[in-house]
Ligand binder design. Structure first.
Ligand SMILES: Cc1cc2nc3c(=O)[nH]c(=O)nc-3n(C[C@H](O)[C@H](O)[C@H](O)COP(=O)(O)OP(=O)(O)OC[C@H]3O[C@@H](n4cnc5c(N)ncnc54)[C@H](O)[C@@H]3O)c2cc1C
Length: 317
């Protein structure tokens, strides 16, 4: 079994360690594929988490935005070493690569999985997370399975991995798209993936200025990321990167605070794994209150400033 190890500008993504922990549970030889900036720096962590071999290349061409080079290079490796399964995270990059590999190899791809009970069976949550289904993976190998984030808790085992430096395969007729400019979303504070606390806002915030109240609360708590419901994102109040739910990010912080969010199923699938859930809504019938460990029925424009003031009094921030 192989796993796709995503590399970001901050180094190895934690999703690689989650996937390795799952792969170990299923047994067999585990390979990790690390393509991109400082891939070889990631080898030690991948070995510690169970990879016995890391297929690595730092070659700049693997960073090309449409993932064509990465996909063709991976296909060449697959043809040579024939893994049964390749696990991918659900990042944009990994989705691009998995889609292209599927098209090039004709193998089976399964997206949005939450578990892999055996190497021939993937588990998914459908109908807004209300129904769990097991899907038999048939068809040509390797089976390509994209896992939802945070499906597994990473755990190290303390091994070391052999490094296989990969020859990059550049497909004929290359250069189909080029990057004209990049925009930095200007994220501040911890990411949704890493933050201990997530404070998220929905339609009830009434507009972009409502998110200032959440920013103030986040600043007072510390190590806190801002999230949003799709309604707030669709209204253009905050960028898509903040969206939590079925078509956004999955988060599992220690504390998730939802302000002005009703708790629709499609939102709940992205946050229901949080350790503690706090909800502020003026609707006593809102579904979020059924999930919440602490529910406050009231006007968020009164509750949030009062909460921020109290947190500031206690933390001094
Ligand atoms: C295919 C599909 C995928 C989807 N994916 C996602 C997804 O990834 N993420 C997602 O979030 N949604 C998703 N949705 C949309 C989802 O169904 C809901 O429409 C959305 O989550 C609602 O957002 P909301 O809770 O902010 O808004 P609403 O449902 O309108 O809830 C607003 C809440 O704020 C409360 N409120 C209003 N004013 C105040 C106030 N002053 N003080 C306190 N409370 C107040 C209201 O009582 C209500 O409870 C998806 C839908 C579909 C069909």
């Amino acid at each position: 079994m192989w796993i796709w190890a995503d590399l970001t500008s901050d180094g190895l993504a934690s999703s690689a360690l989650e996937l390795l922990t799952k792969a170990r549970e299923l047994g067999g030889e585990i390979g990790a594929v690390a393509f991109g900036p400082r891939a070889t720096d990631a080898v030690a962590a991948l070995g510690e988490h169970g990879a016995i071999r890391v297929y690595a290349s730092d070659d700049d061409r693997l960073e090309e935005p449409t993932s064509r080079v990465a996909a063709h290079t991976l296909v060449a490796l697959i043809a040579r070493d024939s893994p049964d399964v390749v696990l991918f995270p659900s990042s944009y990059r990994a989705r691009d690569v998995a889609g292209r590999v599927q098209a090039l190899t004709g193998s089976t791809v399964m997206a949005n999985a939450v578990d892999l009970p055996t190497i021939d069976r993937a588990r998914a949550e459908i109908l807004g997370g209300t129904t769990v289904v097991d899907v038999d993976l048939a068809g040509p190998r390797p089976h390509l399975v994209l896992m939802r984030p945070r499906s597994f808790e990473p755990a190290a085992v303390g091994g070391t991995a052999e490094v296989v430096i990969v020859d990059v395969v550049e497909p004929a007729g290359f250069v189909s798209a080029s990057v004209l400019s990049r925009t930095d979303p200007g994220a501040t504070g911890p990411s949704l993936d890493d933050a201990k606390v997530v404070v998220a806002g929905g339609r009830g915030l009434g507009g972009p200025e409502g998110f200032r109240l959440l920013e103030e609360l986040a600043g007072a708590i510390g190590d806190t990321a801002i999230g949003a419901s799709r309604a707030a994102v669709d209204a253009g109040w905050v960028p898509y990167a903040l969206q939590i739910g079925q078509t956004g990010a999955t988060v599992k912080p220690e504390v998730y605070l939802a302000a002005g969010i009703s708790g629709a199923l499609q939102h709940a699938v992205g946050m229901k794994g949080s350790r503690r859930i706090v909800a502020i809504t003026k609707d006593p019938e809102a579904p979020i209150l059924k999930m919440a460990d602490l529910g406050v029925v009231g006007d968020l424009f009164q509750v949030l400033p009062a909460l921020t003031e109290e947190v500031r009094r206690r933390t001094g921030r």
